[in-house]
Ligand binder design. Sequence first.
Ligand code: AMP
Length: 207
Amino acid sequence: MFNIILFGPPGSGKGTQSKNLVIKYGLKHLSTGDLLRSEIALQTPLGIEAKNFIDKGQLVPDEVVIGMISTALETNPDVAGFLFDGFPRTDAQAEALDKLLHLKKTSIAVMLALDVSENELIKRLLHRGKSSGRSDDVDETIIRSRIHEYENKTKPVADYYRRFNKVVHIKGEGSVHEIFEELCNEIDNRKKKVSVNQPSSINQSLY
Ligand code: AMP
């Protein structure tokens, strides 16, 4: 399995790039934001609870999203790998993800972090709010609160993976195509390294 975390603040282009990456590499896309929005649309108890946090621009409690990811991993046993988008967003989520992947005898190969300036993020999210139908994209106060949550709770998650040399930063400003090419280059490089260093499946547990 080859598992990727696409990392970055809200509005950095994770969703857009994920759609193209999962097609190219045959990965299963796991976006906790998308999973939560479908729970909200179905008006499940989980969705109703999550909506209170999402509407304020706050993170949903760890146990809720970890439970969702755990189910998604169990229900997709035979995939080439996972692309995690918007997860993990806290250190506790990162540790839980490592444990869940370890149980599947796999791990994260690389964290690709999209860097975008705050002004650009706000501009993009307000623009997206005109058509996305997402209430958390419309109000600038909520957008700023999401960026604040990212700076305080999510950004430090990169340090967790940096310890294992798994973080690669990519400039998230430019055309969608240019950024996609950059991401693909990094993935292809990592894949080559994995196949050189880990010719047998037994070695996957090192990742
Ligand atoms: P996103 O679509 O990734 O921008 O997520 C939208 C909202 O869903 C976030 O602002 C959070 O309220 C919630 N959310 C999504 N993923 C997570 C996560 N991994 N941990 C906590 N909250 C999340």
